[in-house]
Design a protein around this ligand. Structure first.
Ligand SMILES: NC(=O)c1ccc[n+]([C@@H]2O[C@H](COP(=O)([O-])OP(=O)(O)OC[C@H]3O[C@@H](n4cnc5c(N)ncnc54)[C@H](OP(=O)(O)O)[C@@H]3O)[C@@H](O)[C@H]2O)c1
Length: 309
């Protein structure tokens, strides 16, 4: 099955898997704002979800699919110019469902695929240092065997986590918690900016295999300066230890609280921090300027918004 070529004036059709999720919903909205035809691929019985109601109101087509069936997925992908995956999960989703999705995209003649990578540069990390990123490398091997133009978006850590699950900025004691070197550059991008960039990339037929972005590159000292500027109060540093200690803590936490079926158990977040503090998955070179209309949100702004809540 092949898609018929789109006429120059017709808006691009982008199929988005994971459009009920945090990132996927925002990607779909950004695509609609850019004039694309959006087809949200959702699991059956999702139609009452607020994200689906909202996307339908904004003009998206909602297509219920069986993610276990390549036939169902192929029908849903037919006619799309690009398939974007913002699925989240463990092996069954990242390797299993995404493999079926890319095979369906190929069968449907879709020329381009954006996998659900959205992370630090996992291509530079050794196996065993980050369970979730190991799964992305496993899928990458399968993806790169498919005859489709793939583009991974690598955005570092979601900056929004600085006021949520990533306990780096301790607002109470006014400290920035870290391991290792306070001068190691780290990559952060908000979920909203990642979604805007992904939408622009989905509509750009010339994207390379990888695109790397960072809303702000900051060391721990940079995060400290941002927190001080955002709150008007002087933040200090709190070094918890070296990377060896963090690695030992990850082992202990994983043994005591394995939470194997959780996508983001505490030890996985710690693996992410460990990876970042080693500097290995640092994103370079950055493609921030590829779509000049995108304004990158700085850390100070994210922390200041938290202050206003
Ligand atoms: N760089 C970072 O710091 C960072 C942080 C967080 C997330 N991420 C990444 O960003 C991406 C999107 O994450 P998110 O936070 O937006 O995830 P999310 O809000 O949990 O959404 C996950 C999406 O995947 C769908 N899904 C889950 N399991 C599925 C399955 N078995 N079959 C079909 N669909 C399934 C969900 O559909 P339902 O609504 O039907 O469940 C939902 O649409 C992921 O790659 C994630 O790892 C990166």
């Amino acid at each position: 099955m092949t898609s018929s070529p789109r006429s120059a004036s017709a808006p691009a059709t982008i199929a988005v898997a994971g459009a009920t999720g945090d990132l996927g919903f925002r990607i779909a909205k950004e695509l609609l704002q850019r004039g694309a035809t959006v087809r949200a691929l959702v699991r059956p019985d999702s139609s009452s979800k607020p994200e689906i109601i909202s996307l339908r109101q904004q003009g998206a087509t909602i297509t219920e699919v069986n993610f276990d069936s390549i036939i169902s997925l192929t029908a849903a992908c037919t006619g799309a110019d690009c398939v974007v995956s913002a699925l989240s999960g463990l092996r069954e989703v990242i390797v299993g469902a995404q493999t079926r999705l890319v095979k369906a995209a190929v069968a449907a003649g879709v020329p381009r695929f954006i996998p659900s990578d959205f992370s630090i540069d996992f291509t530079k990390l050794p196996n065993g240092t980050n369970r979730n990123l190991d799964l992305r490398r496993e899928f990458q091997e399968r993806l790169d065997q498919q005859p489709i133009q793939a583009t991974s978006i690598l955005n570092g850590m979601f900056m929004d986590l600085l006021t949520g699950q990533a306990p780096l900025v301790l607002f109470g004691p006014k400290r920035i918690l870290y391991w290792g070197d306070a001068d190691q550059p780290l990559d952060f991008t908000t979920i909203a900016d990642t979604a805007a960039f992904t939408a622009a990339a989905a509509l750009d037929p010339t994207t390379p295999r990888y695109l790397r972005v960072a809303g702000e590159v900051a060391s721990i000292r940079g995060v400290q300066a941002a927190a001080s500027a955002a709150t008007g109060e002087q933040f200090g540093l709190l070094r918890a230890g070296g990377l060896g200690l963090l690695a030992a803590m990850i082992k202990v936490t994983r043994t005591l609280v394995p939470a194997r079926n959780e996508v983001f158990p505490p030890w996985q977040g710690m693996q992410y921090m460990h990876n970042m503090f080693t500097g290995r998955p640092k994103l370079e070179p950055l493609d921030n300027d590829r779509y000049p209309e995108i304004r990158w949100t700085p850390i100070r702004e994210v922390l200041a918004k938290r202050e206003q809540k």
